[in-house]
Design a protein around this ligand. Structure first.
Ligand SMILES: [Ca+2]
Ligand SMILES: [Ca+2]
Length: 125
C-alpha cells in the first residue's frame, strides 16, 4: 500500500512559499518497479493559478525495490496579496497510471490548507 504520509498539510502565504507532501510505502515490501503514480491537484476553495500553482513538482512518483520508500513533491503557494477571510484549501491526489493496478493507493488525497497572510486594511492606504 502506498499513500500520503499525512492527510492534511498546512501552508501559509508568503514569498516563495511552498508545501512539501510526501508519499510512503505504508506496508509490505516492493520487489518490483511500479508504474508511475501521477500527482494531481484539485481545487477546493483555493484556486489553481491564483492561490497555488499546480501541478506538483515532480508530477509523479516511481516506487521500486531500489527507490526510496518515501518520496516528496512540492506545490507552490501563491503570495496573492489579496485579503481572504477564510482558510483556503485544495487537494493533492495520487493516481496509479496502470490499467491493472498492482498496489493500493491509500490515502490518495491530501488536503492542503492555506492560511492567509494579507491584511484587510492593505488596500485602504
Ligand atoms: Ca490565497
Ligand atoms: Ca491572501
Amino acid at each position: 500500500m502506498i499513500g500520503w504520509e499525512v492527510e492534511v498539510y498546512t501552508a501559509t502565504e508568503g514569498t516563495d512559499a511552498t508545501v512539501e507532501l510526501c508519499a510512503i510505502i505504508r506496508e509490505g515490501e516492493l520487489t518490483f518497479e511500479l508504474p508511475a503514480i501521477n500527482i494531481g491537484t484539485e481545487d477546493g476553495s483555493a484556486v489553481s493559478g491564483s492561490d497555488y500553482s499546480g501541478p506538483a513538482n515532480p508530477s509523479s512518483f516511481v516506487f521500486s525495490d531500489s527507490a526510496p520508500f518515501r518520496q516528496c513533491t512540492t506545490v507552490t503557494i501563491e503570495d496573492d496579496q489579496v485579503f481572504e477571510d477564510l482558510v483556503e484549501d485544495f487537494f493533492v491526489t495520487l493516481t496509479e497510471t496502470s490499467s491493472t493496478p498492482r498496489v493500493t493507493v491509500q490515502p490518495d488525497r491530501a488536503r492542503v490548507t492555506i492560511t492567509d497572510a494579507d491584511s484587510k486594511y492593505y488596500y485602504c492606504v
